[in-house]
Design a protein around this ligand. Structure first.
Ligand code: AMP
Length: 300
């Protein structure tokens, strides 16, 4: 099917009403553009599981505390439409900021406020970030009224926030969490990776290696403590040298995000890592069963 490009959310909303009247299921993949194969994997999955697929392509200014970061965010609408189309999108919606936020640069009077989950880890590092995410997700879900909406585990805390607001505000939308797509050396794909210098790109491998090291340590000793795993992960990330500043490397309860202590339950925990590498904030996470292929974890 040929993907149609809409420049307004109103147009997409009208198209989605027609899809729903025809009894078609709608898969929705919200993105901030600069699409890569990670986004492509969400779109293809949505295409396999639904009659039509709507992809939104909107750099949401409300979730950026730092307006320099907003300006520096990569954009490539032509490339996005081509990738979305080849992955199976029906509609790509790239609305303008003023349609969604008529008062911008003043924030809208009404924002969706998420609660404690939005205050820790990424929420602590980026105050207001998750309320910005929750507000745009609510607006987009209201317009598209998807049968299923697809979000990446790559942004694990964001996925948890979206599950929370959906269950609180619009429980009829099914939220599907999708596995993280990685580069050949293990680095989690991210639109921000294009901002890494060649040296930072090498140092960035430390994040996925740290997740591998944690999985390996757990397999070697299932009684290993969360504290030991945290130290092992931090050491692996910081092996990237001076270019790397670690924000956190921590084993948490996968639903409450409470820090794990003592021996860990691999079915209920998640390892979260965030580091600033060469000035670029990178996130990764995995369960304790995670392993990189041997050649990835040992390559220079
Ligand atoms: P973004 O454009 O970065 O806001 O991401 C849009 C969606 O794609 C979010 O649900 C992300 O979690 C997801 N995503 C980003 N990177 C990846 C990846 N490497 N693998 C799978 N999903 C991803």
């Amino acid at each position: 099917m040929v993907a149609v490009l809409h420049h307004s959310l109103a147009e997409t909303q009208a198209a989605c009403r027609k899809f729903a009247q025809q009894g078609l299921s709608i898969g929705f993949v919200p993105t901030m553009g600069a699409l890569h194969a990670g986004h492509g994997s969400l779109i293809s999955r949505a295409a396999r599981e639904n009659d039509v697929v709507v992809v939104s392509d909107f750099v949401n200014p409300l979730q950026f505390g730092d307006l320099g970061d907003l300006d520096a965010y990569p954009r490539d609408l032509d490339g996005d439409v081509a990738l979305a189309r080849s992955a199976g999108a029906t509609v790509v919606c790239a609305p303008q900021v003023h349609e969604l936020y008529p008062t911008w640069p003043e924030a809208p009077a009404t924002m969706v406020s998420v609660g404690p989950l939005a205050e820790i880890f990424e929420g602590a590092a980026r105050p207001g970030h998750f309320n910005g995410v929750a507000t745009i997700v609510t607006k987009l879900h209201n317009a598209v009224r998807p049968t299923r909406a697809y979000y990446g585990e790559k942004d694990f805390q964001q996925l948890a926030v979206i599950r929370q607001i959906t269950s609180d505000l619009s429980p009829d939308v099914e939220i599907i969490g999708c596995t993280t797509k990685r580069e050949a050396d293990g680095l989690a794909m991210s639109s921000r990776n294009v901002r890494l210098s060649a040296e930072a790109r090498v140092a960035a491998r430390g994040l996925s290696r740290a997740l591998h090291v944690a999985g390996q340590a757990f397999r070697a000793n299932p009684q290993v403590s969360a504290e030991t795993l945290n130290e092992l992960m931090a050491t692996s990330v910081l092996a990237g040298g001076d270019l790397v500043t670690l924000d956190y490397a921590v084993v948490v309860d996968a639903s409450t995000f409470a820090r794990a202590t003592g021996p860990v339950d691999p079915t209920a925990t998640r390892c979260l890592i965030t580091a600033i590498v060469g000035g670029v904030r990178l996130l990764d996470n995995a369960g304790l069963t995670f392993t990189l292929a041997d050649e990835m974890s040992t390559s220079p």
